[in-house]
Structure formats: structure tokens, C-alpha cells
Write a protein that binds this ligand. Structure first.
Ligand SMILES: NC(=O)c1ccc[n+]([C@@H]2O[C@H](COP(=O)([O-])OP(=O)(O)OC[C@H]3O[C@@H](n4cnc5c(N)ncnc54)[C@H](OP(=O)(O)O)[C@@H]3O)[C@@H](O)[C@H]2O)c1
Length: 133
């Protein structure tokens, strides 16, 4: 069975993409900062008969992403598709938000390096930032 890892899985594009891969027979691993929210999303997949697991990650912290990737690779004998999805969407003008808010968004969507590509690197679907892979 192939493995799909969502990095920063939310109820929008994050879950929809995972569901699409689940329909293709992939095992799904969803991840996010809030395990309760991630578990609720995973339950929506398991309720449809799909295999879904969760992990906790802060995409703004490179070591958190790296250790999760290693954990998922070891748990499921590799990762076939990684969906980099983490982003905090806020409907506000640039003058309406505190600078720390913008910095945090930038850190999770643009600054966090993904693990370096290896010969066995997964296909990476990246909707959160400029192309990395
Ligand atoms: N919606 C659009 O119109 C649109 C357009 C173009 C591109 N995109 C991109 O597509 C992706 C999905 O967008 P969406 O609106 O559908 O969102 P989504 O998949 O519903 O949720 C995105 C998830 O990212 C999580 N996240 C944010 N910062 C994180 C961090 N530091 N570590 C881990 N998880 C984090 C959020 O969880 P928390 O609850 O922890 O914040 C949220 O659940 C985003 O990358 C977005 O930039 C969206």
C-alpha cells in the first residue's frame, strides 16, 4: 500500500487532496499542530472505510517537519506522496494584522525547509508556496 503524507492538513484543500489519494488506495497520514483537529479530519476518512493516521507537526519548525518525515517513513516503509499544504489564511489587510502574524505565516509557508531530496524522495505536491519539489 502506498503512503500519502499531508503536511499541515486542514479541512479545505488538505482534506480534499488526502481523500482523493485515499480513493486511489493510498494509506493517509494527516498532520497538523492541533492533534484534536487532525483526528477529526482523519475520522472523516476512516468513516468512509479509508486507512488514516495522524501526526503532530509545526510546519514552521524545520526540526519538527524533519522528525515527522523520518517517523512516517519508518512507520510505513517510506512515503510515496507528500502534500505540503500548511498555511494560515486570514482575510485582513496588511495594516490590520500584527507583524508577528505575518512572520508566522511566512515561516510555515515559505521558510520551513523540507528534507533534502534523496533518490527515494516522494513525489511532492506543494500548494503552500513557491515550488520546492
Ligand atoms: N484557499 C485558497 O483560495 C487557496 C488558494 C491558493 C493556494 N492555497 C493554498 O492551499 C493550501 C490549503 O489551503 P486551504 O485554505 O484549503 O487550507 P486547509 O487545507 O483547510 O488548511 C490548511 C492547514 O494548514 C495548517 N497550518 C497552518 N500553519 C501550520 C503550521 N505551522 N504547522 C502545521 N500546520 C499548519 C492549518 O492548521 P491550524 O489550525 O493549525 O492553523 C490548516 O488546518 C494552503 O497552503 C494555501 O496557501 C489556498
Amino acid at each position: 500500500m502506498k503512503t500519502f503524507l499531508g503536511v499541515g492538513s486542514g479541512p479545505g484543500i488538505g482534506l480534499a487532496t488526502a481523500e482523493r489519494f485515499a480513493r486511489e488506495g493510498f494509506r493517509i497520514v494527516l498532520s497538523g499542530r492541533n492533534p484534536a483537529k487532525t483526528a477529526t479530519l482523519a475520522q472523516r476518512l476512516t468513516a468512509q472505510g479509508y486507512e488514516a493516521h495522524i501526526r503532530t507537526v509545526d510546519a514552521g519548525d524545520p526540526s519538527s517537519v524533519a522528525s515527522m518525515v523520518v517517523d512516517v517513513e519508518r512507520s510505513f516503509d517510506g512515503i510515496d506522496v507528500m502534500h505540503y499544504n500548511a498555511a494560515s489564511m486570514r482575510k485582513a489587510g496588511i495594516t490590520d494584522r500584527p507583524a508577528t502574524r505575518s512572520t508566522g505565516t511566512w515561516r510555515s509557508t515559505s521558510a520551513a525547509p523540507l528534507p533534502p531530496p534523496r533518490p527515494s524522495s516522494p513525489l511532492c505536491v506543494n500548494v503552500a508556496r513557491a515550488p520546492y519539489c
